[in-house]
Design a protein around this ligand. Structure first.
Ligand SMILES: [Zn+2]
Length: 143
């Protein structure tokens, strides 16, 4: 991403949020517990819109997202809070086709991070770093 594109995003997101807040209206009075009584654990993939694929509106359900839609310790923590304190009675764990998590293993991302911290690229079969050096062995703790 170029500096100009990054700068554009830095203004687009607050502008979109201001427009959303201006039209929020009566939704400010929605109850804290999800009205439809369920939660969804799903992938962070930018191509997915849980509100659209699950037919959600604000206040309907909890949506917990992470890379791969995994029920990690933090995902489970959120789901337990969703049930115990906010009354959800069902949880859906929703994965999808063509998930980016299929493109690497723990060893691959660990090795990439150990080599260099900048964004890597994928050339159809393998990941590579734009430069080498200044990595962190802590990347091997990413699971
Ligand atoms: Zn995914």
């Amino acid at each position: 991403m170029t500096d100009a594109a990054r700068s554009k995003v830095h203004s687009e997101v607050p502008d979109a949020n201001a427009a959303y807040v201006a039209e929020f209206g009566d939704r400010r009075d929605l109850a804290l517990p999800p009205a439809r009584g369920f939660a969804i654990q799903t992938c962070m993939d930018a191509r997915l819109d849980p509100a659209k694929y699950a037919g959600l509106a604000e206040g309907d359900a909890h949506v917990i997202r992470n890379a791969g839609g995994r029920a990690t310790d933090d995902g489970i923590r959120s789901l337990v809070i969703s049930h115990k304190l906010l009354g959800t009675q069902e949880w859906f764990v929703i994965h999808h086709t063509n998930c980016g998590m299929e493109l690497f293993s723990d060893e691959v991302i660990g090795d990439l991070l150990a080599d260099n911290l900048e964004t890597a690229s994928f050339a159809g079969k393998a990941w590579s770093n734009p430069r080498h050096g200044h990595g962190s062995a802590h990347g091997h703790f990413i699971k």
